[in-house]
Every structure is written in C-alpha cells, then in structure tokens.
Ligand binder design. Structure first.
Ligand SMILES: Cc1cc2nc3c(=O)[nH]c(=O)nc-3n(C[C@H](O)[C@H](O)[C@H](O)COP(=O)(O)OP(=O)(O)OC[C@H]3O[C@@H](n4cnc5c(N)ncnc54)[C@H](O)[C@@H]3O)c2cc1C
Length: 205
C-alpha cells in the first residue's frame, strides 16, 4: 500500500480553538511546545476531545484490498471518495490472460497474502473477471465477480479525534492484518509534530 498525506491542519488552529474558550490567544507560541502541551492537556487529559476535531487530515490511500475498504468504510466519522469499479473495470479488458506463472502482472490488481493457495485462487478470479469483461458484459454486472483482494484507492479525510479511535481499534492485534498495517502507515505519514497525539493509541505490530 502507498499512503500520501495530501493536507493537514496546522496545530496552531487547534490551539487557537481551545484558547477561544478562555480568550487566552496572547499565550500562544504559534504551534510550538506550549500549544502542543495545551492540546494534549485539554483534548486528551481533560477529555475535552471535541477540540481535536479542528485538526483534519486528508490522505490518498493506494493499493489496499476491497476487503480492507469495507472495514475502513465502517468508520463513519471520516469521508471517503473511492475509485469506482463501475467506471474503471474496463482497465482489465486491455490485459492479456492472467496466469499463475506470471504473478507480477496480477499483483498490479490484487493484494496478495502470505498464503500461496489464496493468492492463486485470487489470480484465477481475476482471470475469470477479465473473461467476463471480454465478452462485453457491463461493469455493473461484471463487478459481482470481483475478488475481495482486488486493489482500490481512495481519498480519505478524518479528524484527529476520529483518527485516534481508528488507530486504537485498528492497530490492535485483534484487527485484520491489512488494516493493522494501514493504521501504522497512517501514523507514519502524519506530520512529526502531530504524532504525539496518537502515541498512546498505537499498538506495536
Ligand atoms: C477487531 C474488530 C472486529 C470487528 N468485527 C466486526 C464484525 O464482526 N461485524 C461488524 O459488523 N463490525 C465489526 N467491527 C466494526 C466495528 O463494530 C465498528 O463498526 C468499527 O470499528 C468502527 O468503529 P466506530 O463505530 O468506533 O467508528 P466511527 O463510526 O468512526 O465512530 C466514531 C465514534 O463516534 C461515535 N458514534 C458514531 N456513530 C454513533 C452512533 N450511531 N451512536 C452513538 N455513537 C456513535 C462512537 O463513539 C464511535 O466510537 C469490528 C471492529 C474491530 C476493531
């Protein structure tokens, strides 16, 4: 998978939102250590967590499976714009047959696991889908034969409060391995000066 952080809110915006309550703007150090400590104290320790909603991150997420996508979509406090199979499945029509010998070409479309038979069956499903499309069946119908391993990509926007919840639930060892990897990659792609807000939620892989 590949994660790109497209946009984020500077810490000073959140600190100023908090300072609105006390009208203490003159105490700001413009997103420096004082502001960082304030955000942690009020947003995390005092549990005035709605203040963390002023920090918003937009990621471009590529190369995740549709199995992961359906779990990601359960997080309602986030916004998604996803590559549509309805509009883009024709990309498969241009391809030569997918065979078990040439896994490299199939990997462009599929997320592989570490279990050989699962990956082989995924490749067969991909080839079946290609054959369906070659017959001129519409994307709207052909998509029902998609394997869950089929790769997708999306723009994902989430605020810091909801991202804490996501990282807490999805970096846990009880979560699906691929979403656990995603939780760690999202953390790694956060701006360095924001990561401290998520340290208590991230579980070691
Ligand atoms: C290990 C694991 C296993 C899972 N297994 C399953 C499964 O088998 N089947 C299944 O269906 N799902 C499963 N889930 C998904 C899970 O039930 C949640 O839908 C998902 O984790 C999103 O969490 P969330 O509701 O906290 O996040 P969000 O939807 O982003 O919500 C964030 C927070 O907002 C608040 N909130 C949002 N909506 C409401 C609301 N309507 N009412 C009150 N408060 C609200 C809650 O505090 C919530 O924590 C699993 C999740 C995990 C981590």
């Amino acid at each position: 998978m590949k994660i790109t952080l497209l946009n984020h809110t500077p810490l000073v915006v959140c600190a100023d939102a908090i300072r609105t309550c006390w009208q203490s703007f003159d105490k700001s150090d413009h997103g420096g250590e004082k502001d960082k400590a304030l955000i942690d104290r009020v947003g995390n320790k005092f549990k005035h967590a709605s203040t963390l909603e002023h920090l918003v991150y937009t990621f471009y997420i590529q190369g995740i499976s549709r199995a992961l996508l359906q779990e990601l979509a359960r997080h309602r406090m986030a916004s998604l714009s996803v590559k549509s199979t309805r509009y883009t499945l024709k990309e498969l029509k241009e391809e030569e047959a997918f065979t078990l010998e040439d896994t490299k070409r199939a990997k462009k479309y599929l997320v592989f696991t570490d279990v050989e038979i699962v990956d082989e069956m995924s490749i067969k499903a991909l080839e079946n889908l290609r054959l369906i499309l070659k017959q001129g069946i519409s994307n709207d119908k052909a998509k029902y034969a998609l394997p869950e391993s089929y790769k997708t990509e999306l723009t994902w926007t989430i605020n810091a409060r909801s991202l804490q919840n996501f990282i807490n639930l999805r970096s846990d060892k009880s979560a699906l391995w691929e979403i656990r990897n995603l939780a760690h990659e999202l953390y790694n792609n956060l701006p360095n000066d924001h990561q401290y807000l998520f340290d208590d939620y991230l579980k070691v892989l």
